[in-house]
Design a protein around this ligand. Sequence first.
Ligand SMILES: CC(=O)N[C@H]1[C@@H](OP(=O)(O)OP(=O)(O)OC[C@H]2O[C@@H](n3ccc(=O)[nH]c3=O)[C@H](O)[C@@H]2O)O[C@H](CO)[C@@H](O)[C@@H]1O
Length: 359
Amino acid sequence: MEAKKRKVVLTGGGTVGHVMLNKLLIPCFINKGVEPVYIGSKKGIEKEIIGATSIKYYNISSGKLRRYISAENFKDVFKVMRGVGDARKVLKKEQVEFVFSKGGFVSVPVVLAAKSLGIPVYIHESDITPGLANRIAGKFATKIYVTFKKTLEYVPKGKSEYLGPVIRDELKRGYRDIGYELTGFTEEKPVMIVMGGSLGARSINTFVRENLDALTKEWQIIHLCGRGNYQEGLDNPNYRQFEFVKKELPHLLRISDIAVGRSGSNAIYEFLLNEKPMILIPLPLSQSRGDQVENAEYFKEKGYAEVIQDEELDLETFQTTLDRIEGNKDAIVECMKKFEGGFRPESLVNLLLDGEGQR
Ligand SMILES: CC(=O)N[C@H]1[C@@H](OP(=O)(O)OP(=O)(O)OC[C@H]2O[C@@H](n3ccc(=O)[nH]c3=O)[C@H](O)[C@@H]2O)O[C@H](CO)[C@@H](O)[C@@H]1O
């Protein structure tokens, strides 16, 4: 009789930050002879990212989890309940060993369904304080893996483990010559990479473009501005815009001397592991639950970054901050070298499958 194929479910969605890790794990599971199956929402970014891979993708109904009272909450309770039913059907059909959840609204019904069927649930939290979805899911999880050590203060003790950032290896393997070829830049002038998170960042984009002449006097600027945010007519040999880069990113990081960005967890650890001193302009509390403000402050405390609040972003503040980073560059890089390193996606898969995973 043919042996039954080992299968696992991956879930998570809403932003690139909640899907990228799952995408990294897919080839690692396949290499171990295990089939990963995805459960995501009907329209989220996860559908686009995972749809580009070869694995099975199941849509489920999912509601938004709001932190405020709204009539929509009522409808969403039903959507989540329907999602639990949808997810139970998938889990029964696919007979999976466990669910690995990266958070985001869509993951909640999947975790509840797994719990109701006695299927183990592993969750991963990449921000300092867990998001609402992971706070709910955490109650039902078998194990919670975290990116920041500090997060251990906010998750149930006894079933939580610090991993550090799980980073794709190739991000540390860029080539300078490819970086210069992609940008048309030269070695004569330093390079600043501006990365506004997976969706771009409107206020940072506006700031860079309004101050382009002043900024490019001393710097060559790579601007990852986010999909749909390319601006025509900015002809400046020291400025190169990309909406969203994929394979190019390691090479662009390699030639960069400093990184400027929001403070999504993946992005800042990618800068750290590439030893790029950073200016972080976190997504403000008015537009988020404040997770990025916390991430940024933590990186500042550690000596990796300087922070500018979004509402304080102007040329003068930016120049002063830049000067401070420049004056302190060697010390910042020394601090970064002491960071104990990331966790490889292959190791996380070994940990999930066999309970062992070496750094
Ligand atoms: C608005 C929002 O909710 N943001 C959250 C989201 O951020 P977001 O989705 O922006 O995620 P991150 O900043 O953590 O990661 C962005 C990822 O996109 C990649 N990238 C970016 C630009 C590009 O051109 N090419 C490219 O590949 C980066 O290398 C990085 O791996 O998830 C993070 C991790 O849970 C959270 O910390 C953020 O608060």
